[in-house]
Design a protein around this ligand. Structure first.
Ligand code: AMP
Ligand code: MG
Length: 323
C-alpha cells in the first residue's frame, strides 16, 4: 500500500482473520499477534510482498526474516530437516523457538527472506490467532517484529500503530502478547552443533539437557560464548530495541530526571513485576520501555534483574537498549 492510507484495526475474530488472510493472499502487510511480540506478516513466497516488509520497517536488506509455519511438516518443505531438528521441534513447537537450518534449493521462497544466507529461520508459533491464519493460507508467513527498524518491539496493537500506522494494511487486535520477548533462535549446523543465536523465552540448555549429557551430545554454544563467525541475527547487533534515550542498568534508585523501571522490592514509575516474577517481567518489559520512551523524563533507569531463567533474555534486551 502507499504510505498515505490509514491502517485498519480489526478484532482478531473469525471475520478479522479471514480478512487478514485475503490481504495476505494479494501480497499485503498485516500485523499479527503471536505469543512473543506482534509480527509484521507477508506471504514468504512472493518477492514483492516481502519487499514491502523491508520498506515498511526501514529494515536493512542484510537482516533476514523468520518464516512462520503450521508445523514441522510444512517447515520441511523449505529447510533441510534433520533428526536433531525433529527432536527440538518435538518439545518446543508450537512455541517461541526459531530453528535456523540449511534452506532447500527448491524452497520457492522470496530471496530477500534469507538476505542471501544459505540458511532459513523457521518457527511454528502457538498463538491461536497466528495458527488460525496459517491454517487459512497455503503459503508460509515471513514476519519480523511489527515495528520500525531499531525501535522497541510491539507487544500490543497500540505499539504497532506508534511506528507503522499508515505503512501497513491491517492490525489484528488480540490484546497484549503473553511471552513479550522475541523467540529464542537456535541454529543447528551441518556437524550437529547447536548454536544459540538469540536468547529468548525457551531455555535451550534445558532442552539440550533433556536429550544429552554434556559428554554425549553435539556441541552446544550458548549466546555470548565463543567467537561468532558472521553476524547472522541482528537480534545480535549491540544496539537494538532502542527507546531513543540513555538507559542506566542495575539502578537501585532513580535520579530526579530518570524514568524508573522497577523490579521486585525496587519500585519505579512502571514495574516489571512487584513480586519479582521473571515471567511477568518478560511480558511487561516492552510496555515499560514504551512508557519510558514516551515520558517527559530524558533518561531511563532500570532495577537489577536476576540473570537466571528468562532473566537472561530480559538482560540481553536491556543491554542492547542501553548500548
Ligand atoms: P525479528 O523478528 O525482527 O526479531 O527478526 C528476526 C530475527 O531472526 C533477526 O534477528 C534475524 O537476523 C534472525 N534470522 C532470520 N533468518 C535467519 C537466518 N537464516 N540465520 C540467522 N538468523 C536469522
Ligand atoms: Mg525486531
Amino acid at each position: 500500500m502507499s504510505g498515505k492510507n490509514a491502517t485498519e484495526v480489526l478484532l482478531a475474530d473469525a471475520q478479522g482473520i479471514a480478512h487478514a488472510a485475503a490481504i495476505l493472499e494479494r501480497g499485503g502487510l498485516v500485523a499479527v499477534p503471536t505469543e512473543t511480540v506482534y509480527g509484521l506478516a507477508a506471504r514468504a513466497d512472493n518477492a514483492e510482498a516481502v519487499a514491502k516488509i523491508y520498506a515498511a520497517k526501514g529494515r536493512p536488506q542484510f537482516n533476514p526474516l523468520i518464516v512462520h509455519v503450521r508445523d514441522a511438516e510444512q517447515a520441511a518443505r523449505y529447510v533441510a530437516w534433520s533428526d536433531e531438528a525433529e527432536i527440538v521441534a518435538d518439545i518446543c513447537w508450537p512455541g517461541p523457538l526459531t530453528l535456523v537450518l540449511p534452506s532447500r534449493p527448491d524452497a520457492g521462497l522470496a530471496e530477500a527472506v534469507t538476505a542471501g544466507l544459505p540458511t532459513l529461520a523457521v518457527r511454528a508459533p502457538k498463538h491461536p490467532v497466528m495458527r488460525q491464519l496459517l491454517e487459512q493460507v497455503d503459503f508460509p508467513l515471513a514476519a519480523p517484529s511489527a515495528n520500525r527498524s531499531e525501535a522497541i518491539s510491539p507487544t500490543s496493537p497500540e505499539h504497532v500503530l506508534e511506528t507503522l500506522d499508515g505503512r501497513i494494511d491491517l492490525v489484528l487486535d488480540a490484546g497484549p502478547c503473553e511471552e513479550g520477548l522475541e523467540s529464542s533462535i537456535l541454529a543447528i549446523r551441518h556437524d550437529g552443533t547447536w548454536e544459540e543465536l538469540r536468547v529468548g523465552p525457551v531455555d535451550l540448555k534445558a532442552v539440550y539437557n533433556h536429550y544429552y549429557h554434556d559428554w554425549d551430545g553435539p556441541q552446544l554454544i550458548l549466546a555470548g560464548q565463543g567467537e561468532r563467525r558472521i553476524l547472522e541475527a541482528p537480534g545480535q547487533l549491540a544496539r537494538h530495541y532502542s527507546p531513543g534515550k540513555p538507559v542506566r542498568l542495575n539502578a537501585i534508585e532513580a535520579e530526579p530526571d530518570e524514568f524508573m523501571i522497577g523490579f521486585g522490592a525496587i519500585c519505579g514509575d512502571c514495574d516489571l513485576s512487584k513480586t519479582g516474577d521473571l515471567q511477568a517481567a518478560a511480558a511487561n518489559l516492552y510496555q515499560c520501555l514504551h512508557l519510558a520512551a514516551a515520558s517527559n523524563k530524558p533518561r531511563i533507569a532500570v532495577a537489577p534483574i536476576p540473570d537466571t531463567d528468562v532473566g537472561r533474555a530480559i538482560n540481553d534486551r536491556l543491554r542492547r537498549a542501553a548500548a
